[in-house]
Ligand binder design. Sequence first.
Ligand SMILES: [Zn+2]
Ligand SMILES: [Zn+2]
Length: 223
Amino acid sequence: MSKGGCKVCRVRRAYDLSTLDETLLERWQRDEDRYGYRRLATYINASILETELERAGLYTPETAATALYEGLANDDPAVREQLEREELPLERLESDFVSFGVVRTHLQECLNAEWSGRERTTDWEQTTLETVVPRLLDRTHRALESLQRREELELPEAIELSMTVSCSSCGESASLESLLAEDAWCACLENREAESDDRQDTGGSNDNAGEKSNVATDERRSE
Ligand SMILES: [Zn+2]
Ligand SMILES: [Zn+2]
């Protein structure tokens, strides 16, 4: 970690978000309606926008700032136009917006925090993920090394196996760890979340193709 912390640390100072860390931890660690990294990133970015709007003399509640941020992130021309009219420094704002990856770094490395929610469950699903998957990866690893010793296969000096889940629709993939920790790890899930908010009254069917997913082990070079 560079001196002065990560990008979240930097924007927290630049936008005077004095209660940011407390709110991040509270929303990340609570039992009900807990936020994953992506939702936390949206929260941070909406707070950045809220501060900038306040600096321009426009008090904006969190929900409204979140909607504006999402409009901006989804390239909604009406939102962009509205913010340009208020003469907000969009270029600077957009370069200050954080990604979910840096939120994870901030929570785990800068704040040294953990989410212990998973440890509380003792069901077979969890056991599978925590013991069967590592064992499978380990056996696969040993099989590959054995093939290499028999010169039936060539491997780089060091390899790392991991289990990833990828979305068949958008191609985005996530490790099991982030799958369990996040609400919406691909764009399709984010869209579905937004849609289900819209459809709450209509009860329409939702056969989003993003529900299909592939589970695959992939082989990567270790750094
Ligand atoms: Zn940080
Ligand atoms: Zn997707």
